[in-house]
Write a protein that binds this ligand. Structure first.
Ligand SMILES: [Zn+2]
Ligand SMILES: [Zn+2]
Length: 111
């Protein structure tokens, strides 16, 4: 990640603030500095990951890991599902497993 100073357009460096000890962007040329809100970055990362899975398009299933599992839909006889795991809660909680039926394209999850 490369950010530029909004005041003088030089590249910002990251260093801990002498006041708070938290990382901040700092301009070497002018007095500009901006404290990095770590929680904001984590939340943003999670949203982008989730969107990839939901809007990833059909070809993603061809490359996904497959498991032999009975389709969750009672109307479908599919026995092969793409399997993937997503961290939808905080990082220290277990991943949630999702299945995507290769026959009828329905999806379900465990946990
Ligand atoms: Zn600057
Ligand atoms: Zn199915």
């Amino acid at each position: 990640m490369l950010l530029f100073c909004p005041q003088c357009s030089n590249i910002l460096t990251v260093s801990p603030s002498p006041d708070t000890g938290r990382n901040r962007f700092e301009c070497r040329t002018c007095p500009y500095s901006h404290t990095i809100d770590k929680r904001w970055y984590q939340r943003r990362e999670f949203k982008e990951k989730e969107r990839e899975h939901i809007f990833g398009g059909k070809e993603q299933w061809d490359n996904a890991d497959k498991v032999n599992v009975q389709c969750n839909s009672s109307a479908c006889s599919g026995r092969e599902a793409a399997f993937y795991q997503v961290q939808i809660r905080s990082a220290d909680e277990p991943m949630t497993s999702f299945f995507h039926c290769m026959k009828c394209d329905c999806e379900w999850r465990e946990n």
